[in-house]
Ligand binder design. Structure first.
Ligand SMILES: Cc1cc2nc3c(=O)[nH]c(=O)nc-3n(C[C@H](O)[C@H](O)[C@H](O)COP(=O)(O)OP(=O)(O)OC[C@H]3O[C@@H](n4cnc5c(N)ncnc54)[C@H](O)[C@@H]3O)c2cc1C
Length: 438
């Protein structure tokens, strides 16, 4: 009998299966094994760091198509050519990434089950052929196919395209169009990308109409798409499940929890991060059932923060668009305004109180002593190198930002103090004003 069933062997499901199998859990990884659409996706640098930390660089290296040095942007009033520097994203083959992560999960001991999971509930999952599995914990990583996602932003559909390109260095670009936007990448003699619009724009189009619509895209810097073929449209809007633990012992992860709009190019990063968090929550339920409440609180708070971050990232990516003022662009949400930095000589006080908060450490989740923000209830177990208790002690008395940074610098690495003060200001843990004595 399996301890854990993972439904869906995309990046999220395979990584969660791998992490749990590495810890010794008996894991079944169920997926119907349909061919993965041959798409090129860009991988954020933070996702590379996460994979490297797990010893999975070889999986990424095998899926890597190239690393563009710059990006062509036809987004603001004037076309740009933005150089990336060391933080350049990688272009990955989606089928190779899926295959590599799945193979790594099986090599770690997960058992493959080639089937579709049709129903999930506490302790039970039904397969397409009528079979029943009864694992202790179920991870739902079926991507958008899990269903039950609610839109967090206007709906979007993406039309993938692919064709040949001249051999040369890897490159990529993005352009705003009247009815949406288009992203393209070139590597290893292939040009691939997506054209994104409101679903109504694509509805009713047959293959020929979609091909014509793709070819009709025009923007400064956009390469010739005449050798590219349009695929089938896929949903691409920002949408999320109301909660990541829909029933006791059932945990959603990856796109099944939060499917991001590709305009922010963070979907893979979220899939991989949420996989390690869901694996830790599953390990907690399995081996530390007394801490189930901490795991549940951790997942709920993480999901809330991830949804807020995804809304902000989507809005920010669209906010700079200045080429078109059409209905598509009028429908996009404005980017939230960053709070103004307080003057350097303003007194700041800590707007957080001691609280019990969930902490992910050593592969599982437990309660620990931390801080809870007064304004939002957001828990803080630590910020940068400083545990919450150290922050509380060092920042209990109000002071200016440089004074508070100097106090933190005495506790740990001096270079971390300034960025930690900036982060505490950003999340509202430090607010202007002296404390009124009780
Ligand atoms: C058009 C488009 C372009 C994108 N471009 C980028 C990009 O450039 N960069 C980026 O970071 N992100 C991008 N993303 C997002 C990224 O693809 C996803 O966030 C990521 O693949 C999510 O991984 P996942 O494992 O959660 O889900 P998926 O990759 O969707 O995997 C789900 C798995 O579940 C399986 N499954 C489905 N139904 C069942 C079932 N009933 N039973 C069992 N298994 C099932 C499927 O076969 C699949 O293997 C893009 C998304 C779209 C739509």
């Amino acid at each position: 009998m399996a301890d854990i069933l993972v439904a869906g062997a995309g990046p999220a499901g395979s990584l969660a299966a791998l992490l749990l199998a590495r810890q010794g859990a008996r894991v079944v990884l169920a997926d119907p094994g349909r061919p993965v659409a041959p798409r090129c996706e860009s991988l954020a640098p933070a996702a590379r760091a996460l994979m490297a930390g797990l010893g999975l660089e070889p999986v990424l290296a095998a899926a890597r198509l190239g690393q563009p040095a710059a990006m062509a942007l036809s987004w603001r009033a004037v076309p740009e050519h933005r150089r990336f520097g060391a933080e350049a994203p990688w272009l990955l083959s989606r089928p190779l990434l899926h295959a590599g992560l799945r193979a790594a999960a099986l090599a770690a001991g997960a058992v493959a089950l080639e089937t579709r999971i049709t129903r999930l509930e506490t302790g039970r999952a039904r397969t397409a052929d009528g079979g029943m599995l009864e694992p202790a914990v179920i991870l739902d990583a079926r991507g958008r196919a899990a269903g039950g996602l609610r839109p967090l932003a206007p709906a979007r559909a993406a039309l993938p395209f692919a064709g040949s390109a001249p051999e040369g260095a890897a490159s990529m670009g993005i352009a705003a169009l009247e009815d949406g936007w288009i992203w393209w990448a070139e590597a290893r003699g292939q040009r691939q990308g997506i054209r994104v619009a409101a679903p109504a724009t694509l509805s009713g189009m047959d293959g020929t109409a979609r091909q014509d619509w793709l070819q009709a895209a025009h923007a400064p810097g956009l390469p010739d798409l005449s050798a590219c073929s349009a695929g089938r449209p896929v949903p691409a809007g920002l949408a999320a499940a109301p909660e990541t633990q829909p029933a006791p012992g059932v945990i959603r992860l990856g796109d099944a929890a939060l499917a991001r709009d590709p305009v922010a190019a963070q979907g893979l990063l979220h899939a991989l991060r949420s996989a390690s968090q869901a694996a830790a929550a599953a390990a907690t339920l399995l081996w530390h059932p007394g801490e189930a409440g901490a795991a549940e609180a951790f997942l709920r708070l993480r999901h809330q923060a991830d949804c807020e971050a995804a809304i902000a990232a989507t809005a920010a990516a669209q906010a700079g668009q200045a080429r078109h003022a059409t209905p598509f662009w009028r429908g996009t949400a404005p980017a939230p305004e960053a709070p103004a930095a307080p003057p350097r000589d303003a007194a700041l006080r800590l707007a957080a109180r001691p609280a019990r908060v969930p902490l992910l450490a050593e592969g599982h989740i437990r309660w620990t002593r931390g801080l809870e923000l007064d304004a939002t209830g957001q828990p803080l177990a630590r910020v940068g190198p400083y545990p919450a208790a150290a922050l509380l002690a060092a920042l209990a008395a109000p002071g200016t930002a440089p004074e508070l940074a100097a106090r933190l610098a005495r506790l740990g690495p001096a270079t971390a103090a300034g960025p930690v003060i900036a982060e505490l200001l950003r999340i509202g843990a430090l607010v202007p004003g002296a404390v009124t004595p009780a």
